[in-house]
Design a protein around this ligand. Structure first.
Ligand code: FE2
Ligand code: FE2
Length: 145
C-alpha cells in the first residue's frame, strides 16, 4: 500500500480497483508537494505533472468504463468533471511552461503551489462527493447483478 500523509480513510468508495487507483493518485499529488519542498528542478516538476495528467486520463477511463458497464445515471456529470480537470491541468502546464521560458522564479513557485493546491482540492471534493455516489451505486448493482 502506498499510504502517504495526504491519504484519508474517507476517500474509500469500496470499489477495490478504484480505491487502489485513488491511493496512487494521492501518492502522485503528494509527490508534487515533496518536489516543491525539496526545490526540485522545474523540469522535474513539469515531468511529474505530465505523469499525473496521463494517470488521471487512465483513471477516468477506468471509472467511465465501469459507469457505462453498469449504466450509472450520473455518468455525464462525472465525465464533465473529469474533462474539467484535464483542461485545467493542460492550462496550468502551459502557464508553467511560459513562466519557465520567462524565467521568473517567484512566478514559477507560485504557479506550482497553485497547481498543488488545486489538485488536492479537486481530488478531495470530486472523490468525496461524486466518486462516493458512484461507489454506492456500483456496490448495489454489482451485488445484485
Ligand atoms: Fe476518481
Ligand atoms: Fe471520478
Amino acid at each position: 500500500m502506498l499510504e502517504c500523509s495526504l491519504w484519508k480513510e474517507g476517500y474509500l468508495i469500496n470499489v477495490k480497483e478504484i480505491d487502489a487507483q485513488h491511493m496512487y493518485f494521492v501518492f502522485l499529488i503528494d509527490k508534487v508537494k515533496k518536489h516543491i519542498d525539496s526545490a526540485q528542478s522545474k523540469s522535474a516538476i513539469k515531468n511529474l505533472l505530465h505523469e499525473i495528467g496521463l494517470y488521471a486520463r487512465f483513471h477516468f477511463f477506468s471509472e467511465e468504463n465501469l459507469m457505462r458497464e453498469y449504466s450509472y445515471p450520473e455518468i455525464d456529470r462525472q465525465i464533465k468533471e473529469h474533462e474539467d480537470l484535464i483542461d485545467k491541468l493542460s492550462a496550468t502546464s502551459s502557464k508553467l511552461q511560459l513562466a519557465m521560458v520567462g524565467n521568473y522564479d517567484a512566478d514559477n513557485w507560485a504557479t506550482m503551489q497553485e497547481i498543488y493546491q488545486f489538485l488536492v482540492d479537486w481530488f478531495e471534493s470530486h472523490t468525496i462527493v461524486h466518486d462516493k455516489s458512484m461507489g454506492h451505486f456500483l456496490n448495489k448493482v454489482m451485488e445484485t447483478g
